[in-house]
Write a protein that binds this ligand. Structure first.
Ligand SMILES: C[S@@+](CC[C@H](N)C(=O)[O-])C[C@H]1O[C@@H](n2cnc3c(N)ncnc32)[C@H](O)[C@@H]1O
Length: 273
């Protein structure tokens, strides 16, 4: 049983069974499963696959990179990078259940050997220094208070000159978020900082900003579509992961963006030194 409240928040009993049942209900051919088939459920962040493509294009992958995905979740983005670009991707995630599901879905999409996963904490990455060309992370930092340590760990495992690619939820000027949201049912496990404060923390950790992009607008549009889908309910979606309060989470995600309580940004940075 998880002892960390963040892991408790994300853990669902028998998530494997729930995802397989949803794939079946959606009429997916499980024997010929592709990362595209899984994208509605395994891209577990606002904007889903289009947002992953947007960030990947900012990095400009050649396919030769060794990539570390911090907070890799069910593995949607990492499998996409391995499948589409040919990179080798390793994922680290705090939630043991997510790591098990990520491995299962990697087997079903025949990507074993091209991506791997392990359970671990981003604040103490179980990884040797200077071993990756790119560190990638989407919508994981909002559960992490100690950003100096998080960004320090990301820098440590990057090779000199390596790139950090981030998609993050930030605090907006509109006040604290309405809860529940997909990453937290209560403020105790939610830690948002303004984009300006985040940028300062990243620079202090030893990064130089190459690209910084406010993605609040496209994220709001994606949240609007998800809130509508929450009413319609399709078999395959992130509601399979989120549990019974997913409709409220979808509504709050949209409301928080509309009221500018949350903002989103993409950034690509370079390790200095
Ligand atoms: C909203 S999900 C995003 C998953 C994935 N990045 C994606 O976009 O599909 C947030 C993930 O961050 C992970 N996470 C939160 N805090 C973490 C920590 N301290 N170390 C490692 N993973 C963490 C959670 O377990 C969860 O899988």
């Amino acid at each position: 049983m998880p002892i960390n409240p963040v892991e408790t928040h994300y853990t669902r009993p028998d998530l494997t069974g729930a995802i397989l049942a949803a794939l079946k209900a959606a009429g997916t051919d499980i024997d010929h499963l592709t990362p595209d088939d899984l994208a509605p459920v395994d891209e577990f962040h606002g904007g889903q696959r289009p947002a992953t493509i947007r960030l990947a294009e900012l990095v400009g992958f050649t396919g030769k990179e060794r990539v570390l995905d911090v907070g890799s979740g069910l593995g949607g983005p990492s499998r996409y990078l391995a499948w589409h670009y040919g990179c080798h991707v390793s994922g680290v995630d705090l939630t043991a259940e997510f790591v098990r599901v990520a491995e299962m879905l990697t087997g079903l999409t025949r990507l074993v050997g091209r991506v791997d996963y392990r359970q671990g904490n981003a604040l103490e990455l179980p990884i040797e220094g200077e071993s990756f060309d790119v560190v990638w992370s989407q919508n994981a930092s909002m559960n992490i208070a100690d950003r100096a340590r998080l960004y320090g760990e990301m820098r440590r495992v990057l090779k000199p000159g390596g790139k950090l690619a981030l998609q993050e939820v930030a605090a907006g000027p509109g006040g604290p978020p309405h809860y529940p949201v997909p990453w937290a049912r209560e403020p105790r496990i939610s830690f948002l900082f303004t984009p300006e404060a985040t940028r300062e923390q990243l620079e202090a950790a030893g990064f130089r900003v190459l690209v910084w992009q406010d993605t609040t607008e496209p994220s709001r549009e994606a949240a609007r579509q998800r809130a509508q889908a929450a009413e319609a309910s399709t078999p395959l979606g992130t509601h399979v992961i989120l549990g019974s309060d997913w409709q409220e989470m979808a509504k709050n995600s949209l409301r928080n963006l509309e009221e500018r309580r949350t903002e989103l940004f993409n950034a690509v940075l370079e390790r200095v030194g």
